[in-house]
Design a protein around this ligand. Structure first.
Ligand SMILES: [Zn+2]
Ligand SMILES: [Zn+2]
Length: 132
């Protein structure tokens, strides 16, 4: 599947995927303006365009955006190269919301009606980084 940022400078090609994961954490909300809707992609996802900029947001993750239009591009786990690509880049694709994480950091002013599994931040760390 193919997508692009708001100005079109950055293009992305990824394997087909229909599942969206959503993160309510404070960092994602500061970064995107709302919860972060992301498509989980393996390291075969390819980005092109010389306006792609990255920001190391923690010891284990980096976040990418378009330096021209500011669009959110992806969150990447640095050690294993897994990408969580912004669902908004793929406008012509049908997705299904599969999970919500950091539900304990969700502010009270919105609540999604979707019925999905939900994990707290502590549960996320226990599941994905058990030795921390
Ligand atoms: Zn752009
Ligand atoms: Zn987050």
């Amino acid at each position: 599947m193919k997508g692009s940022c708001l100005c079109g400078s950055v293009e992305v090609v990824a394997n087909e995927s229909s599942e969206i994961g959503l993160c309510h954490c404070g960092m994602c909300r500061r970064w995107t303006g709302g919860p972060f809707f992301a498509v989980h992609c393996d390291d075969k996802v390819r980005f092109s365009g010389d306006t792609l900029k990255t920001f190391r947001s923690s010891e284990w993750a980096e976040r990418a955006f378009c330096g021209n239009c500011g669009s959110t591009l992806y969150y990447r786990l640095v050690p294993d190269g897994e990408y969580y690509v912004s669902a908004g880049l793929f406008q012509d694709h049908v997705f299904e919301l599969a999970s919500q994480i950091f539900i304990d950091e969700k502010p009270a002013f919105y609540t999604l009606a979707n019925q999905t599994p939900m994990l707290t931040g502590q549960q996320v760390f226990a599941q994905f980084a058990p030795d921390q």
